[in-house]
Design a protein around this ligand. Structure first.
Ligand code: ADP
Ligand code: MG
Length: 360
């Protein structure tokens, strides 16, 4: 359905896409992952000609997009794009946001467009909000409207550019659920995302972008569990873990806890696991004596569904689990109760505490 050959895109001297080639078949769901700034958005924007490629070719359903004489608006209508920011028309109701395109651009009758619009709002769970205005609904609801609005144009391919990045963590799953549903219905989709659990479960293939290329591609299992190339491996490792350094006793506990919580949510860990992590973080910090250099880490292994919380700290050797002050006994008991394993060791002059828990 989409055939990309040797696609390149330069912005002045900046070479963003060097040589991208890809084939995407009908009904496939492709997740595009990679560090920021590697051209993921640019790739999507080239696919629907929001950017003009510098070189290479793109064919959609056999129609060469970049050839002279191709009727671009018509081919572009085959594609819908959902952005990070929802870009709804603020002065139109939810339903009007869905009908304006079909009426103005496709010459549909108003009644037909409304009927179709309502059906789509049902599909994304927002029929109730048809007559609300965008500023009366939540971010997650806005993004679902944006998806329905795309669908109203009856595209054959949907492109998503980080559809959940601008959302509060609590609203991510409702949007992902809608995208899942479209996948089940056989929609062809290309999704740039940082939601790795989601990418793993929804995609037929994953493209890892780096160095202006599709640096590595494969099934989710190949990319997430057995990446072949060094940069892919480093990236996968990095997104699985989180590190936070504390260098003074006046650190912001709430910010640290929030960051730990966000990491858990990104990996779609159950609420109670997230709550445990936040709780354990506080207790582990309570037990510390030296705050000149503490490195908290969290890593999640999809393989055995375990979560590891590490706390490395400088200072005199001190095993917080055995040598805690009396008033801290309760913190120790809490930690041991919530974790399936705990271990202390001295490593290169740092106290290393490792706590392991079941994540799912
Ligand atoms: P990603 O989506 O992977 O984070 P982008 O495709 O947004 O990456 O951007 C890749 C690079 O291209 C970045 O260095 C960005 O600054 C640059 N870039 C993107 N769009 C433009 C533009 N319109 N003009 C100049 N540079 C751009
Ligand atoms: Mg981007």
């Amino acid at each position: 359905m989409i055939q990309v050959r040797n696609l390149s895109k330069h912005f002045g001297n900046l070479v963003v896409l060097k040589d991208v080639s890809a084939d995407i078949r009908k009904g496939e769901v492709i997740s595009v992952i990679g560090p920021s700034g590697t051209g993921k958005s640019t790739f999507l924007r080239c696919l629907n000609l929001l950017e003009t490629p510098t070189g290479g070719s793109i064919e959609i359903d056999g129609i060469p997009l970049l050839a002279k004489g191709t009727h671009v608006p018509k081919v572009r209508q085959k594609m819908g794009m959902v952005f990070q920011s929802f870009n709804l028309y603020q002065h139109l109701t939810v339903l009007e946001n869905l009908t304006i395109g079909p009426i103005k651009l496709q010459g549909r009758k108003k009644a037909d467009a409304q009927q179709k619009g309502m059906a789509l709002l049902k599909l994304v769970g927002l029929a109730e909000k048809a007559h609300s205005f965008p500023d009366e609904i939540s971010g997650g609801q806005k993004q679902r409207v944006a998806i329905a609005r795309c669908m109203a144009m009856e595209p054959e391919i949907l492109l998503f550019d980080e559809p959940t990045s601008a959302l509060d963590p609590t609203m991510v799953s409702e949007v992902l659920a809608v995208i899942r549903r479209l996948a089940r219905e056989g929609m062809t989709m290309v999704i740039v995302t940082h939601e790795m659990e989601f990418a793993r479960t929804i995609s037929s293939r994953v493209f890892y972008m780096d160095e202006g290329l599709i640096y590595e591609e494969g099934t989710p299992a190949q990319i997430f569990d057995h990446p072949q190339k060094a940069k892919t491996r480093a990236f996968i490792h990095r997104i699985r873990s989180f590190e936070r350094r504390i260098i003074s006793p006046d650190y912001d506990l709430y910010a640290v806890q929030a960051e730990m919580g966000t990491f858990c949510e990104k990996h779609m860990l159950p609420k109670e696991v997230t709550a445990h992590v936040i709780h354990i973080t506080e207790e582990v910090l309570t037990l510390q004596r030296d705050f000149t250099d503490i490195r908290l880490s969290l890593s999640y292994s999809e393989k055995d569904g375990s979560l590891r919380l590490g706390c490395k700290s400088a200072g005199a050797p001190y095993n917080p689990l055995d040598e805690a002050r009396e008033e801290d006994e309760i913190a120790v008991r809490l930690i041991k109760g919530l974790c399936s394993a705990s271990e202390y060791r001295l490593e290169e002059g740092m106290n290393v505490l490792t706590l392991k828990m079941k994540a799912k």
